[in-house]
Design a protein around this ligand. Structure first.
Ligand code: 3PG
Ligand code: MG
Length: 399
């Protein structure tokens, strides 16, 4: 990889220089309290930020949070993230209440060597995500004015052609941060030469989101285990009735075709937990997949499925997992996700958990993070990497 790294930048000396760091601090917030419910993505950039602080840089951090519509929206403010980041770094983080305005300018200008500032949500500016090159470029000019060098450590956003990811590195000396390097290193072992058997577990709600990665993975993997909401479209493709479960009707034919071409590599659930409603306290039972009642919906995979998937995982040497097996946020429908996660930790394999959601699930279920080989901070980004797509944020670092 012809990418300059944080170590190259540190070797040049950054003391007294302003270093603009794009991070992915897009953390989940509790709907009621607004509190940060999982700080994994904040922790993941600490190695890069810590090294810059230690080297005496003036560190200007920027990120998006959620999907505000190009204008300030208090529910998506990064202010709580600044607080948490300060606690984790063990020093104050100066928060700018805008992204490229008066507050940002004075906050950056006032930074002393070794201090850290966080700008307000990049997506409060329409220029960040604009499809119009000129609009994005104008915003990138303003952002780039805050740095003498640029570090991309926002792995979760490298698949976005956004100003802070794609256009700013064209305007400043640029390097990859520690997190981006580690992520790319790990994912490249999966695409290059995975130790076999290589087993992939996919869940989540929509086949349409995963279609490209399934296509890309089928020739490479030894086994592809499919659970989560998307399994019902596959079950339908096998001619089964799925009641009121999630179903993408226009994908049934595609799934049938994938099953035909998969040489038996695709494994589907044999039993599922069906409920009367999508609710934590809904009445529910486990049924075989050929016995799903017409008025009920599947919200988790069943115990026989967990046993079958676990057997396939137990002999694996390489595992990639993306997407929950069921509605794990509701305890009644969490057993499938928990069972598969536990099987992955028990396998004598190099395991990679891909995705903000799957990573959050690991922590929410109280599983030991260190028993996985690597927990990626990128969901869409890791899938697009495995699809073999060119990622705008990585391409921008290569130039
Ligand atoms: C994510 O959580 O997927 C990343 O932070 C990217 O966010 P986005 O999907 O809103 O671009
Ligand atoms: Mg996303």
């Amino acid at each position: 990889m012809s990418i300059r790294t944080l170590d190259d930048l540190l070797a040049e000396g950054v003391s007294g220089r302003r270093v603009l760091v794009r991070a992915d601090l897009n953390v989940p917030l509790d709907k009621q309290s607004g509190a940060i419910s999982d700080d994994g993505r904040i922790r993941a950039v600490l190695p890069t930020l810590g090294a810059l602080v230690e080297a005496g840089a003036k560190v200007v951090v920027c990120s998006h949070l959620g999907r505000p519509k190009g204008a300030p929206d208090p529910q998506f403010s990064l202010r709580p993230v600044a607080g948490r980041l300060g606690e984790l770094l063990g020093g104050p983080v100066h928060f700018a209440t805008d992204t490229v305005g008066e507050s940002a300018r004075s906050t950056v200008a006032d930074l002393a060597d070794g201090q850290v500032a966080l700008l307000e949500n990049l997506r409060f500016n329409a220029g960040e995500t604009s499809k119009d090159e000129a609009e994005r470029g104008a915003f990138a000019d303003q952002l780039a004015a805050f740095g003498d060098a640029y570090v991309d450590d926002a792995f979760g956003a490298v698949h976005r052609k956004h100003a802070s990811v794609f256009d700013v590195p064209a305007r400043l000396p640029h390097v990859a941060g520690r997190l981006v390097l580690r992520e790319v290193e790990v994912l490249s072992t999966l695409t290059a030469d995975p130790e076999r058997p290589y087993v992939v577990v996919l869940g989540g709600s929509k086949v349409s989101d995963k279609l490209a990665v399934i296509e890309a993975l089928l020739p490479t993997v030894d086994r592809l285990l499919i659970g989560g909401g998307m399994c019902f479209t596959f079950l339908k493709a096998q001619g089964l009735e799925v009641g009121t479960s999630l179903l993408e009707k226009d994908m049934v034919e595609t799934c049938r075709n994938l099953l035909e071409r998969s040489n038996g590599k695709i494994m589907l659930p044999v039993d599922v937990v069906v409920a009367d409603a999508f609710a934590p306290d809904a009445a529910h039972d486990t049924v075989r997949v050929d016995g799903i009642p017409s008025h009920r919906l599947g919200l988790d995979v069943g115990p026989e499925t967990v046993a079958g998937f676990s057997a396939a995982l137990s002999s694996a040497k390489t595992i990639f997992w993306n997407g929950p097996m069921g509605v794990f946020e509701m305890p009644a429908f969490a057993a499938g996700t928990r069972g598969i996660a536990e099987a992955i930790t028990k396998a004598d394999a190099f395991s990679v958990v891909g995705g903000g959601d799957s990573a959050a699930a690991v922590r929410a279920l109280g599983l030991d993070e260190s028993s996985f080989g690597h927990i990626s901070t990128g969901g869409g980004a890791s899938l697009e990497y495995l699809e073999g797509k060119t990622l705008p944020g990585i391409a921008a670092l290569e130039n």
